[in-house]
Structures are given as C-alpha cells and as structure tokens.
Ligand binder design. Structure first.
Ligand code: GPU
Length: 829
C-alpha cells in the first residue's frame, strides 16, 4: 500500500506545473481566468470591481502556495508554536499588502497596465476587514505581520464576525451607526474549511461519575453549536513564510435534536438551529467596557473552545505526552477577552485527558502568557457568576477550584491579610458576585505584560500592585510597535522610495533600526527638497479626499493638523476642539496686519464613538457645529478650517497619516496604556504634539523633546492635581471658550450642556482646564516651527529616523525571546 500511495503522489506531482509564474504575461492570464471561471464574467466585459476580485483571487492563489509550504515545513520540523488568541483583528485591506509582501507588486502593476487597468484604482475597490475596535485590534494585525516576516511558527486565532465595526455615518453632525456587512460581496482573502469543524457546548449540568474507582466530573451540555474554520493567509515580507489567521464562524450543530423533529415541530426546530449563527454575528463596538452580556460571554467561550480543540488536536497529532505541551505550545492571551482559555485548558486536561489537577495546573501556567492593555483597574473585565454558572457550569467550578488553591497558597505567603486577599481573589464578592478575568489571567500565566514602560510602572505601583509584589518575576513589558510594511511601504509609497534611495538599501523594510541612517543626511538640501515633495504629494491626496468627503476645499500651504483615534474623554478630543475655538477667537480679534503672520491650519479630526457613549457622541457633534461656524466665515478664509473625517478606519488612516504635518495625542498623562497612532505618524515624518503619556515617553527619549511638541501635566502631577484641585492653573482663555459653547455661540446649547459640565472646574477629571495653557503654548511652538521650513523638515526627518525602535518587529522579537521562547522557522525556497 505504501508503494501505491507513493506512485499516486508521484503522478500528482508530475501533473503539476510547478509553482505559479509571476511574469506579467502569466499574471494577465491568471487574472483573466479568474474573471471567466471564478467570477463567471466574460473576459470581454467586466468592471473595476470584478477586475479587483479576479486580481485578488490570483494573488490568493500565490498566497496559498506559500501558506501550504509553510504548514508542511512547520509540521515536519515540529518547532514550538505560538498561538495568538485575540477577539479582535483590524486587518484593513489585504491586496496591496499581499503583493508587496509577496514581492510581486511591479509585475502586477505591469500586467494590469497591459490589460488597461491601474493597480491603485483596483486596490480602492477593496473594503476594510474591520474585525476590531481600535488600537488593541490594529496591534494584533501589526503583530501578525511581524510574526510572519520574522519567520516565527505562529498562528492567530479570532472570530469571523459577519458584521465588523459599525460604519459611522454623520447626519446633521450626529453620529449614526450602520451595519458593516463586509462579506456581502464575498471575501477572496479567506479560505473556508468546511471540514475543519468543532462542536462547542454550552449550558447543561455537571455530573459526577465513577471512573475506575475515581470520581470524575462530567459536563453534560444543554446546547451545541458548530465552529467552522476560515483561514486567512498572512504573508511575511522577504521570506517564503505565510502564516495562518484562523477565524471561527458559528453554524448550527449537526448533532440533530431528534426529539424536536419527532414532535413534528419541524419548522421551529430549523428556525432554532439557525439561532446558533448569532454567536459570531457581530463585533461588540465598545472598547474597554464590556458589561457582562450573555452573548459576549458566549462569543468568548465559543472562540476559546474551538481554538483549544484545534490546538490540542494538532499537538496530539505530533506528540503523545502532555508533559511536552509547554515545550511545544505557547498560548498568548491578548487582553482578558480570551482568558476563559485557562479554565478550558484545565477542563480538557483534567476531565477529558484525566491528568492530575496539580500536574495540569503546572502545565497550564507554563503555557499561558498574558498582555493587558488597560491602565485603570475599573476597566478590567468582570463576568457575573450567575451568567457563568448558567452558560458554563463546569468552568465556574474550575475557576472556584483555581481560586481556592490560589487563596490557600497566598495565605501561606502573606498571612490573613483579608483586605489584600479579597482584592486579589479571582472571585469578587459584592452586590453582583463576579469573576475578575484579569486576576484569572494573571494567576494562570507565567508572564504578564504591559505595553509600554510607563504602563508597566503603573501596573507595578497601582493597578496590579498586589500581584506584582507577590510575583515580581512574572511581570514584563514590551513597548508596542507598528509594522513599517503597512505604515510606510503600503501606505506611503513615495516616502518608501525616498528612504530606500537615501539609505541605498531596502533592508530597512525588514530591519527598521536602519532608519537611523537617515540622520547621516540631515543637512543635505537635496534630501530636504525631495522630502518636502513627498509630503506635498501626500497632502494633495488627502486634500482631494477631504473635498470629496466634506466639500471643504483646503489650501496645501496650510499646516495639516490631525487627531484621529477612537473618541474617548481621556483622549481629550474636546481639548483639541476648545483649542480650535480659541484659535478662531484670537483670529477674529486680530487686526489685518497680524493676521498675515498667522500660519494657516487645516484641523482634521476623525474617530468613532461607541454607540452608547453619550459624551463621546456630543464631542463629535460639537466638532461639526464648530466646523460649520468656522468654515463658513469668509472673513477667516484659509487661515483656519476644521473638518471631521467620517468613518475613520484602517484605510482612511493610511491616507490621513501620510498626509499629516502635525498630529495630536492628548490623553491625560497616565491614561493611555501605550498609544500606537503616535508611532504611525512618526514613521511618516509627521511631527507629534503630545502629552508625556504611554509610549510617548519612550518616543521623547528616542528623538528628543526638541523634535516634538510636548505639553501638559506629567503623570506624577496628575494625581496631585486631582487631589488638591488646580483652579489656579485654569487659564481665563479656557473659561472663555467654554463659555462660548455654553452660551450657544455654536448653537445647540442645551445639547452641549452636559458636555461642558464634564470639564467644569470641580468636575474636570481629565484636567482639560489645567492643561489648557500648556496646550496653547505647544500649539504656538508648532506654528513657530512651521514657518521655518528647514527646521520643520529636519524635525520630520529625525522623527522617521527615530521610529525604528517602534517597529512591531522589535516588539515581537522581544516577546519571542523572553515570553514565548520560540525560534524562527524559515521555510526554505
Ligand atoms: N486599547 Br483595554 C484598546 O484599543 N482597546 C481596549 O479595550 C483597551 C486598550 C488600547 C490602548 O488604549 C492603547 O493605549 C494601546 O496602545 C492599545 O490598546 C494597544 O496596546
């Protein structure tokens, strides 16, 4: 039989053409074939969208080749694997990223030209994959790119939401949410694996059975749902490796409920089955605020159960002893969202694989690591015990057992300090008894990570102080990073070409540290000229987009000043808007001569508010109200414009970041765990106006505070200011602009009242008033620098030159070496 199989394999191999060819002629043939046979359109008659789809399918074929080879290679060489578990991935578009990472962008461009299409135009046809909310989710996407590029044997796991993050539509200045049914026109980047399915169980009871004289807990579930795998190849750059992002979709279980069918209620039983699909239907649009909703918990467990079944099956295919699990598998928890994994792995090892509890626990702790993205303890996720008991009765018992043993161990170490014991307990006793997911994740992991140095200090001294004192060796931080492939090579091709030209190499695309080499040319005026041209090209693209979106014509000579990110009180978009009102007010009171010296500004704000976050929605409305006033004031003209860019997402970010002169990052010190927007702007030579918060502290270290505009209270000062009050620090101008809003200068005074209240002196938790003076000074410094183009360009060059440390390649390598203990595994050519 072996001989037979071998003969069959040889015949198959002889039938293959070898790898797909990438010369422009072969690419044209492939694209046309997909038009005809995949899209079922005539190759003589298809539009841009169909051309995009056919193009995407031809790229997908090439991805699949590498992805297969990478899998075979991993399987053969059996390295320790990393599984990155995250409920959110913000992948954005895939086309340009894929052809660049595959190294065949030029060939495709030429092929399309000959067919009468333009690559960039077709790329615009693609919609964003928006399976996440904000920074946390985009970080996962950047990290997948780095894992693939650095050849790590990694898998990502996530949920295939049918509705991604809502589309933001602005009507009359108000945000409205519309469903993002992103799969409407098919998704060429995923591979449906109808044979990779797992049953996921819910509800039911726990029974105790006798097994060879040993009592064993058995979970008898009440509901079953099927998880189906959808695989998304993630190509590395400059390598043959392509790793996998496996997303799960919920389908009705095939375990027929015969009872229902027999009672003759055929139609209803079909309808009930269909309900299963709701589990993976929609992404929760609130970041850092998940309030114990049943569906959310169901999503989490659905994701965890399917992923762990898949991981354990793969492990058992190659290994037969669970002692080896920590040497072969690293499981990473991206925030607390997947931390039910700890209870689930214990259930599998103890209930199904019949390992002794202590042994299972030892294995679990070695396998799991955890990253928290939160600063404030109040934002940590909690799950009501009632909910857990009904949905996952066995897991609740396991969590209680974990907690009991943890509490016993803790008592031995710290004695009967009941306050501390109750703070550290996984179970929170209170009005609503609940499970503290962060405590579970910390107790069950061998490494707990922060996302910046400052965040780490906060975790140690405040948020997770008790745990840090117990297990200091568990705590680490890896400052976040972003991928220069997406944030320079894909989104800013002109800058990419310029950097490669002046460095004399493209090696920085895999090794961002080389960007420091730009410092060698810091005084070269030819370099300055080219640098200026690149920014101009990108500003033109952005200006066109702004006009198309908002009808506002903007001057390219103006400073493009951008704040784009989720709308949150702590991110202080309101500070920006009040600053704009102040600028407007000053302009109005200025005489003609003085106006001539003013640097014209285009202020750009963009971002989504969680649908239930009232104050954030009022900030959006205020932005529109102020914009309407300013933009229609002919007296002000090009000196000041304000535009709100609707529906901010990854592809909008690519355009906006490349075209920005100045970007704002205004979080009250101590509130932004890291911030990654800063890094994207930095890489694009956009100057930062920022507080010393999160990873900005390290950016200041790297490029120096004289190459950016730092303002505001430092983290140490914030606590004091809140305690002692800081009325004396609130400048008159602040009260004045706030009054303008209150008095209805921009209309809607009733609607804005509660928003104004949030920054009134005794209520101003995020310290907008006390920081206002310093903010205005930083803005003035930015104006001053802008009128000295040489100076500005140097600062811009030094920003890019110092951005290498903020590549996600550095972050991932650090995780690999210090947390996951995995080695690169490079698929041979
Ligand atoms: N972050 Br918690 C989110 O985007 N969503 C969340 O629910 C939580 C954190 C962000 C942090 O706010 C940001 O500072 C950080 O850079 C990012 O995660 C990635 O770590």
């Amino acid at each position: 039989r072996f001989g037979e199989r071998r003969a069959k394999a040889e015949r198959m191999f002889s039938l293959m053409d070898g790898f797909l060819k990438n010369d422009p002629l072969s690419l044209q043939k492939d694209i046309l074939n997909h038009v005809e046979y995949t899209m079922a359109r005539s190759r003589f008659n298809f539009d841009d969208f169909e051309a995009y789809q056919a193009l995407a399918h031809s790229v997908r074929d090439r991805l699949i080749e590498r992805w297969h080879d990478t899998h075979v290679y991993f399987k053969r060489t059996k390295p320790k694997r990393l599984y990155f578990l995250s409920l959110e991935f913000l992948m954005g578009r895939s086309l340009t990223n894929s052809v660049i990472n595959l190294g065949i962008q030029d060939q495709y461009a030429e092929a399309l030209n000959q067919l009468g299409f333009e690559f960039e135009v077709l790329a615009e046809q693609e919609g964003d994959a928006a399976l996440g909310n904000g920074g946390l989710a985009r970080l996962s996407a950047c990290q997948m790119d780095s894992l693939a590029t650095l050849d790590y044997p990694a898998w990502g796991y996530g949920l295939r939401y049918e509705y991604g993050l809502f589309r933001q539509v602005i009507v009359d200045g108000f945000q409205h949410e519309q469903p993002d049914y992103w799969l409407n026109f098919g998704n060429p980047w995923e591979i449906e694996r109808i044979h990779v399915t797992y049953e996921v169980k819910f509800h039911g009871t726990v029974e105790e059975v006798d097994m060879n004289g040993k009592k064993q807990k058995v979970w008898v579930p009440g509901e079953m749902v099927e998880a189906v795998a959808y695989d998304n190849p993630i190509p590395g750059y400059g390598t043959r490796n392509a790793i996998n992002l496996r997303l799960w979709a919920a389908k009705p279980s095939n375990q027929l409920n015969l009872e229902a069918y027999n009672t003759g209620d055929y139609i209803n039983s079909i309808v009930n089955r269909q309900r299963a699909e709701t589990i993976s239907n929609v992404l929760y649009p609130d970041d850092r605020n998940h309030q114990g909703k049943e569906l959310r918990l169901k999503q989490q467990y659905f994701f965890v159960s399917a992923s762990l079944q898949d991981i354990i099956r793969r492990f058992k295919d190659a290994h037969n002893n669970f002692d080896e699990l920590p040497d072969k598998v690293a499981l990473h928890l991206n925030d607390t969202h997947p931390s039910l994994s700890i209870a689930e792995l214990m259930r599998i090892l103890v209930d199904e694989e019949h390992l002794d509890w202590n042994k299972a626990w030892d294995i679990a702790c070695k396998v799991f690591s955890f990253t928290t993205h939160t600063v404030v303890a109040e934002a940590l996720e909690k799950i009501p015990v009632d909910l857990l008991e009904s949905l996952l009765p066995r897991h609740l018992q396991i969590i209680y057992d974990i907690n009991f043993k943890f509490m016993e161990e803790l008592k031995k170490k710290i004695g009967l300090d009941y306050n501390r014991l109750s703070r550290m307990s996984i179970v929170e006793e209170g009005a609503v008894k609940s499970i503290r997911m962060a405590n579970l994740a910390i107790v069950g992991s061998h490494v707990v990570n922060g996302v910046s140095k400052l965040h780490f200090d906060t975790l140690k001294t405040r948020t997770l102080k008790d745990f840090y004192e117990l297990w200091p060796e568990k705590f680490q931080y890896k400052t976040n990073g972003v991928t220069q492939r997406r944030w320079i090579v894909v989104s800013n091709p002109s800058l990419c070409a310029l950097i490669s030209k002046w460095l004399g190499t493209e090696a920085w695309i895999r090794n961002a540290d080389l960007l420091t080499g730009l410092r060698d040319h810091i005084d070269n005026t030819d370099f300055h000229q080219e640098w200026k041209m690149v920014k101009k090209v990108n500003k033109m693209r952005l200006a066109e987009y702004i006009e198309a979106m908002s009808g506002v014509k903007v001057s390219l000579d103006a400073m493009f000043d951008v704040q784009v990110k989720r709308i949150h009180e702590y991110k202080r978009q309101l500070l920006n808007i009040l600053g704009i009102i102040h600028r407007y007010d000053c302009l109005k009171n200025m005489d003609k001569n003085d106006r001539r010296k003013v640097v014209p500004r285009v202020c750009i704000i963009g971002g989504k508010a969680a649908p239930g976050y009232e104050i954030a929605k009022k900030i959006i409305k205020l932005c529109h109200a102020v914009a309407e006033k300013i933009n229609n004031d002919a007296d002000i003209g090009d000196l000041l414009k304000l535009v709100f860019i609707p529906d901010y997402n990854v592809s909008v970010a690519e355009l906006v970041i490349a075209g920005a002169d100045l970007s704002q990052h205004l979080s009250t010190a101590g509130h932004e765990a890291s911030g990654t927007g800063t890094m994207k702007f930095l890489m694009n030579g956009c100057l930062l106006l920022a507080t010393a918060d999160g990873s900005t502290v390290e950016i200041i270290e790297e490029i120096g505070s004289d190459n950016m505009f730092v303002f505001g209270a430092k983290v140490q000062e914030v606590a004091q200011m809140r305690e002692k009050g800081s009325i004396s620090k609130v400048p008159l101008q602040f009260s004045r602009v706030l009054r303008m809003v209150r008095d209805g200068y921009f209309g809607h005074e009733d609607y804005f009242k509660s928003l104004c209240d949030t920054v009134e002196i005794d209520n101003d938790f995020y310290l907008l008033g006390p920081d206002f003076g310093s903010y205005i000074e930083a803005q003035a410094a930015a104006d001053k620098a802008f009128i000295e183009p040489e100076k500005w360009i140097k600062m811009s060059i030094l920003s890019v030159a110092g951005s290498g440390r903020f590549s996600s390649d550095r972050t991932i390598q650090d995780y690999a070496e210090r947390t996951w203990k995995i080695d690169p595994c490079r698929c041979p050519l």
